[in-house]
Design a protein. Structure first.
Length: 257
């Protein structure tokens, strides 16, 4: 065996340790970020507790309907990217929704609802670590809602869009927009949790034949069942949520607001 260059090996060890220290430092939350992580935990607990509680769950209804809107918006955007003509987006009071389109590529548009809305949720969670990023995210969210309003064909969809656009504008005007950070963070957590819960409820634990996963499974033949596709989408959505938090920790290390 050829002799080992001790100097080069020592440099390698120093460099490796420096990289490990840098990664550890970037992922170690600051005091401000620890507060944000605690808030995320509180949001998760509150949402899970209120989700199915009689009467009190009404508090979450507008946010559930908004996440349904983001789900349908994701279908529509991917439909546009695959040359589909979007005819309508509708949200119903039972927290369901439908996007009607002609054309497009179903292999892309069907999974886009769950994966797209969970990706949007993860981006909002990431931006929730910083006030300025939250303001940018609120503009993006407002644009999404305006586009959804353009395709909306029932008054509930229009009402939800206008309600949250108005709320975003109001939070911009109060306390220099600091409240937007917690609003964006809550919407991000809500969107991620709604996607995860909806996937597990409709596609894994319960067999809903008209779900996106069922239609996707039929298109793919008998290679995998709708429950398997649902579980895979669940894993991807969960990864989006975790990655959103990790990027928030790394990207906004200097945030003290």
């Amino acid at each position: 065996m050829p002799p080992v260059d001790q100097t080069s090996y020592a440099h390698y060890l120093v460099a490796r340790q420096a990289v490990q220290d840098e990664i550890t430092n970037r992922l170690t939350p600051t005091s401000d970020q620890r507060t944000t992580l605690i808030i995320i935990g509180v949001y998760v607990a509150a949402i899970l507790i209120l989700w199915n509680m009689p009467i009190i769950k009404i508090v979450l209804s507008p946010f559930k309907l908004l996440t349904v809107g983001l789900h349908e918006f994701s279908h529509a955007i991917v439909g546009c990217l695959t040359c589909a003509k979007i005819e309508a987006i509708e949200i119903d009071p039972d927290e369901g929704g439908v996007t009607r389109m002609r054309g497009g590529i179903p292999m892309c548009t069907l999974p886009a609802g769950y994966l797209g809305s969970s990706l949007i949720g993860a981006v909002l969670v990431m931006c929730g670590f910083d006030v300025l990023a939250s303001k940018v995210a609120s503009i993006f969210l407002g644009v999404c809602l305006l586009i959804t309003l353009w395709w909306a064909k029932n008054w509930l969809t229009r009402g939800i869009g206008l309600l949250f656009i108005g709320l975003i504008v109001l939070l911009w005007l109060v306390a220099n927009g600091v409240g937007l950070r917690y609003f964006v963070l809550f919407l991000g957590v809500m969107s991620c949790l709604y996607c995860l819960w909806d996937i597990m409820d409709d596609l894994v634990f319960r067999k809903v034949h008209e779900s996106d996963a069922s239609k996707f499974a039929k298109m793919c033949g008998s290679c995998m069942s709708s429950r398997v596709w649902g579980f895979l989408w669940f894993i991807v959505s969960l990864c989006f949520f975790v990655i959103g938090i990790l990027i928030g920790l790394v990207a906004f290390k200097e945030s003290e607001n």
